[in-house]
Design a protein around this ligand. Structure first.
Ligand code: SAH
Length: 398
């Protein structure tokens, strides 16, 4: 693991690395071909051989590694990981102290100094997400460091890498006492059932916390809400608790139905008053138009890419069309909550999609509120691309 490989940045990119850009991109390196075993330590130099920074080799769909320090003498050992993790935990003290919220991110990759590694906390359980075989090579250090500094019931892990970039399905348990799932976490007083031993998705996406709160506190009252790509219905729980008359939940995955019933139930909401529909969202839009169904709150939170039997959907290409479908079944003065986690484009382009869709529908709108990642999802100052979440709440005016 202490195998050190020397690489050199192309002249054009030296300055970017000197300024603290944390992601090592293949295209910016003169001799990336020398990199072999993932997890080896990289010494990055400028084109003339002067040391810039130290990092590790790990392949993700973005980049081939991450910078860890500019100190040439810094050892990448247990104590290095422990220091970074203590720092990250200290920043989240207010989350640990908040008894109304028991699920949050305690370590956010490059934002907390180590790209490719995130750690989430769910009411006494820690879940480590490994994004490359390279960072996974440091597993012993990371686990021991976490063990040294945290009180926990158990540690779980998700390996979000393999040759195809898909999730590897094996036992997620690492250490401690195996939990019984679901376990219930709280978020601003709402309850969510989570499963930490059941694949990559645990039942709730922590990065939408502020949006769920806003829906409950400000946007839900008296609304007839449509939640598309609804997964476990987390947004609908917020809407129902915030006074929505009814929620309609649409997701293609069969398992979403039982999971949505469960989320409503743990919050004391009568699920029989809600609609939970297993269907392709695009078919549902057609159905709703045919039946003249309309809504005054429509939530759009699709995956970046989705492939169903009939079509493929890519947010970068098809979001305007998705919005056009939504606009057609949204009441005048109704709200559309447009969300995407696609890191390949920014807020400006996303707002361009919204403008385009409304223009093409001959409709007008007003942006009411915008969200990006919440406070616990720390963003690296030299890597704003890390702030992938974009949520825009718009009111349909005409
Ligand atoms: N909005 C959810 C997260 C959505 S995850 C939340 O806040 O919790 C993406 C979901 O989209 C998955 O549950 C997946 O099953 C669903 N999905 C993907 N393609 C779909 C399609 N064409 N129609 C309906 N659901 C789809």
């Amino acid at each position: 693991m202490t195998n050190i490989v020397n690489i050199h940045a192309k002249k054009k990119f030296v300055q970017q690395y000197q300024k603290g850009f944390p992601l090592i991109n293949k295209d910016t390196i003169m001799d990336a071909g020398v990199l072999q075993g993932e997890g080896s330590i990289i010494h990055l130099h400028d084109h003339s051989g002067k040391f810039i920074a130290k990092g590790y080799y790990g392949r993700q769909n973005k980049g081939i590694g991450w910078i860890l320090t500019t100190d040439k003498k810094q050892k990448i050992d247990e104590s290095f990981f422990e220091h970074k993790m203590v720092e990250a935990m200290n920043k989240r003290q207010s989350f640990y102290n908040d008894t109304e919220t028991t699920a949050f991110r305690i370590f956010n990759g490059e934002g907390d100094g180590i790209g490719g590694l995130t750690i989430d906390y769910y009411a006494g359980y820690y879940v480590i997400n490994w994004y490359s075989a390279g960072i996974y090579a440091f597993k012993e250090f990371v686990i021991r460091a976490l063990d040294n500094i945290a009180d926990y019931k158990a540690i779980y892990e998700k390996k979000r890498f393999d040759t195809k970039g898909h999730y590897i399905d094996d036992d997620d348990f690492v250490k401690g006492e195996r939990g019984e799932f679901p376990t219930i976490v709280k978020e601003n007083g709402m309850q969510y059932a989570v499963y930490l031993n059941d694949g990559a998705m645990v039942g709730i996406f922590l990065d939408q916390r502020d949006v769920r709160k806003a829906i409950r506190d400000r946007y839900a009252i008296d609304k007839n809400a449509l939640n598309t790509f609804s997964y476990t219905g987390a947004f609908s729980v917020a809407a129902a608790l915030g006074g929505s008359v009814k929620t309609t939940n649409v997701d293609l995955a069969k398992r979403s139905k039982g999971k949505t019933i469960e989320q409503f139930s743990v919050n004391g909401i009568d699920f029989e008053q809600q609609d939970i529909i297993v269907m392709d969202v695009f078919d549902y839009f057609k159905y709703a138009k045919r039946k003249n169904l309309t809504y005054d709150l429509v939530i759009l939170d699709p995956p970046s890419f989705a492939r169903s039997k009939k079509r493929t959907f890519s947010t970068a290409k098809d979001y305007p069309d998705l919005l056009k479908d939504a606009i057609q079944i949204t009441e005048k003065n109704g709200l559309i909550i447009a969300s995407t986690n696609n890191a390949s484009f920014g807020m400006k382009k996303f707002k361009g999609f919204i403008k385009k869709a409304f223009e093409e529908m001959g409709s007008s709108y007003k942006v009411i509120e915008e969200f990006s990642l919440p406070e616990d999802f720390t963003v690296h100052p030299s890597f704003p691309q890390g702030n992938y979440l974009k949520v825009v709440i718009v009111e349909k005016r005409s």
